[in-house]
Design a protein around this ligand. Structure first.
Ligand code: HEM
Length: 533
């Protein structure tokens, strides 16, 4: 409710301004000036009394017996200017640490009230509360149909149906196992391509290979269709271009999400316009694949069918409209490709920088293959290798792909926390996982890359332990976590078993980050791959 009022407060002048500007009379000029001054004074006064900034006016953050502290930011903008550029997770962590606001900090993004938790206990209370099972939806996500997909569908019957279908037919252990042969095949192709590139250039640009293999991987299990880099160039290029454009649009910081009145005249990145151009292209491609499935009438059942077959076979109350199927499939391509590729790239960068860790891992992998007299590594084998698991966990700790857990939550009613603070309804809630995993009160030597810490202590990274929950937690926890972990673990195992990875002197490893939809290496990894097996 409050959000609506704030929107009205700030947008009325957009309509009246042109009339005033057109006026010639002196008295109209005075009126314009007085109104502007009145508006400014009101904004400054409201801001001056609102801890947390303008969106927390009228004591929104004082509903509990402890108030929620936070920075005022600027009048009208709140903390928008501070957080619109750079690495928001690091800026928010510094703010929370320097003000001792780690439990919960309130701030304003324009007219949107936001809280951020930077400590495991409050993070758990937020993520696992049924009152935070909704998400605020960005303009671009809505325009790109994501409100009909799992990630942004409001908590309700439709969202529960989608989660149930996906959990049973895409993410269950049986389905993940059924698609192992595809993962193996794609990985073998990647290893061959890496070897070729190394021979040709003397180094490997790993991101290109990881992005391609992850796209093919998800296309295989979701659409039952994979691409050959050398043959399917047109459709593949179209798909890659659409994914790239979608990432950019979803990841872009859009001022209009927080200052809705800007919509009328300010869209420097042309986000709306580009979304409108992208959607028909996505529809055309995905609907084409759906039609192919309908025409093939293969009636595939059981483990051999892909996710499109499953969605098309739904009947009765479960039956989905074509547009909803497109949205669900499109989201899977999105979530399935970036996270796994970029996490693997971070792992490999750390292994290049820490040769002692790489050697220890190689010894573990060599032993696993030798002891079992295997020709190569499998999902079942790698899942039981403690050091490999520890290396992946340590990378998730140092470089969580979603440092702010990618997509925020929205409170649907006033929520009282155990510390006495009350988060009012309609508040955007974030968890700064990066701050938690870099907090010296939570992790010893948090800046150091030390996989051994996970050998000494078993930590559940799938949402059970909020000291390290890179997949979120609670009912909106990432449904692709097991698939993501199985994929990354297998790729890392094979990359390290088959090659020794060294630094490339011409391209030093740089761990700088860039925060888009996920947090990526700003400078992609280049390394020298020396064949081992
Ligand atoms: C390394 C891999 C991955 C990481 C780190 C990751 C991380 C996350 C995070 C942090 C969330 C938000 C959770 C929350 O709000 O509590 C999320 C949600 C989601 N993820 Fe993942 N993810 C990964 C892989 C995948 C894969 C492979 C897929 C699908 C193919 C996927 C599909 C989704 C979907 C659909 C949601 C929305 C869930 C909902 O709102 O109900 N993710 N992921």
């Amino acid at each position: 409710m409050e959000l609506d009022l704030v929107t009205k407060d700030t947008s009325w002048w957009v309509f009246t301004l042109p009339a005033f500007l057109g006026s010639q009379s002196l008295s109209d000029g005075y009126i314009l000036f007085s109104l502007a001054m009145a508006f400014l004074s009101l904004a400054i006064l409201t801001w001056a009394f609102a801890v947390g900034g303008i969106a927390w006016k009228n004591g929104r953050n004082r509903k509990g017996h402890r108030f929620i502290p936070g920075p005022r930011g600027l009048p009208i903008f709140g903390s928008l200017l501070t957080l619109s550029r750079g690495l928001a997770h690091r800026t928010l962590a510094s703010m929370a640490w320097s003000r001792a606001n780690t439990q919960l900090m309130a701030f304003s993004l324009g007219s949107t009230p936001v809280v951020v938790a930077s400590e495991p206990h409050t993070a758990r209370e937020i993520l696992t509360s049924p009152h935070f099972a909704d998400r605020p939806i960005k303009q671009s996500a809505k325009s790109l149909m994501f409100s009909r997909a799992i990630g942004f569908a409001p908590n309700g019957t439709y969202w529960r149906l989608l989660r149930r279908i996906a959990s049973t037919h895409l993410f269950s252990p049986r389905r993940i196992l059924a698609h192992e042969s595809l993962r193996q095949l794609e990985c073998t192709t990647m290893l061959r391509d890496i070897s070729n590139e190394q021979s040709l250039n003397g180094f490997v640009f790993l991101r290109k290979h990881l992005q391609f293999v992850s796209l093919n991987n998800i296309m295989g299990s979701v659409f039952g269709k994979t691409y050959d880099m050398s043959q399917d160039s047109q459709e593949l290029e179209e798909l890659r271009d659409m994914v790239r454009e979608g990432f950019e649009l979803l990841g872009a910081f859009n001022w209009c999400d927080y200052l809705t009145w800007l919509n009328y005249f300010y869209d420097p990145s042309r986000i709306q316009e580009r979304c409108f151009i992208l959607v028909p292209r996505v529809r055309k491609l995905v609907k084409g694949i759906i039609e192919e499935h309908r025409l093939s009438k293969s009636n595939k059942v059981g483990d051999s069918c892909d996710f499109v077959d499953v969605l098309l076979s739904l009947d009765g109350e479960e039956k989905l409209q074509d547009d909803d199927i497109v949205a669900v499939l499109w989201e899977m391509i999105f979530r399935g490709t970036d996270t796994t590729a970029l996490l693997t790239e971070w792992v490999m960068a750390e292994l290049v920088l820490h040769p002692e860790v790489q050697e220890k891992l190689q010894r573990e992998l060599d032993m696993a293959v030798k002891d079992r007299s295997l020709p190569d590594l499998t999902d079942a084998v790698v899942a039981k290798l403690p050091y490999l698991q520890a290396v992946v966990k340590e990378t998730l700790r140092v470089h969580p792909p979603g440092p702010l857990l990618s997509w925020a939550r929205l409170s649907t009613s006033d929520v009282r926390l155990s510390n006495g603070m009350v988060i009012p309804a309609n508040t955007t809630a974030m968890v700064n996982m990066w701050a938690i995993t870099h907090d010296p009160h939570v992790w010893e030597d948090p800046q150091e890359f030390k996989p051994e810490r996970f050998i000494e202590e078993e930590v559940d990274v799938r949402g059970g332990d909020l000291r390290l929950a890179p997949f979120g937690a609670g009912r909106r926890v990432c449904p692709g976590k097991n698939l993501g972990l199985a994929t990354v673990t297998l790729w890392v195992a094979k990359l390290v078993y088959h090659f020794k990875w060294d630094r490339d002197v011409a391209h030093p490893v740089d761990l700088s980050e860039i925060l888009k939809l996920s947090c990526e290496m700003k400078y992609p990894l280049h390394a020298v791959a020396v064949q081992r097996n």
